[in-house]
Design a protein around this ligand. Structure first.
Ligand code: CAO
Length: 208
């Protein structure tokens, strides 16, 4: 797809130091109840906030028409023994982090067992491909047409970051965005990706 003139690819980084600390703390607090939140659930929430701010990303191409969606169905790539499967979380905007984490885990388990129903893989308006649990520093996710954009997430790693006085260790997460250039131009794609990074760096922004 990188040879495809219609595909725009750009990368960014998000500082998830505080978010990962909060996630670890929350998981510890809820260990006894067996509740676990994941980075993927935060990414979904961040994606919904960014899609609301930049509605062009929550669209599809239908012939000569661009259809702007009013719903927020977020798909995520799941690696299974039978290959790539892309389950869909419906109405992700109406769900909290715990619910998103639970639902993505359940759908990923169904995907691995080859038990997803067709309607659990249809109707997405945007996709996230998270390779963070595996590794890598950057990749070019392929837009899942007729959607117009996809967010790729690679493995976060501790990096030295200059704070104005000294280098400090920060947990840096690579974010790779691919978008259909017929709908999204470079400046808009950059704004979208920068906003996702800002949300991941300080999730309070999602409440604004
Ligand atoms: N950076 C660093 N570590 C990360 C991370 C990130 N961005 N995202 C997740 N992790 C870590 C988690 O902290 C977790 O570690 P612990 O077990 O120590 O807590 C581990 O990776 C596994 O994470 P998880 O259980 O939360 O799973 P996930 O949400 O990362 O992923 C799923 C779920 C279904 C997306 C994943 O299993 C998967 O299938 N990924 C592959 C997607 C894919 O194939 N994409 C390519 C599509 S294009 O062909």
């Amino acid at each position: 797809v990188s040879q495809n003139p219609k595909c725009l690819e750009l990368s960014n980084i998000g500082d998830i130091t505080e978010l990962e600390a909060f996630r670890a703390l929350t998981n510890k607090e809820n260990e006894k109840q067996g509740l676990k939140i994941t980075m993927l659930a935060f990414l979904m929430k961040a994606a919904v906030a960014a899609l609301k701010k930049y509605p062009e990303f929550n669209s599809s191409i239908d012939g000569d028409d661009l259809v702007l969606k009013k719903y927020f169905n977020i798909a995520f790539a799941a690696d299974t023994p039978n290959g790539l499967v892309v389950p869909v979380i419906r109405d992700a905007d109406k769900k909290g982090i715990f619910e998103l984490a639970r639902e993505t885990s359940e759908l990923a388990a169904l995907a691995r067992d080859g038990k997803l129903k067709p309607d659990q893989m249809q109707g997405a308006s945007f996709t996230i491909s998270s390779l963070g649990g595996i590794g890598g520093t950057y990749f070019s996710p392929i837009v899942n047409a007729p959607e117009v954009a996809i967010l790729g997430v690679s493995k976060a790693a501790m990096k030295p970051v200059w704070d104005g006085k000294q280098f400090v260790p920060r947990l840096i997460c690579p974010l790779s965005l691919s978008a259909d250039h017929r709908v999204i131009d470079g400046a808009l794609a950059t704004r979208f990706n920068v906003y996702i990074a800002q949300l991941m760096s300080d999730f309070r922004r999602a409440a604004l």
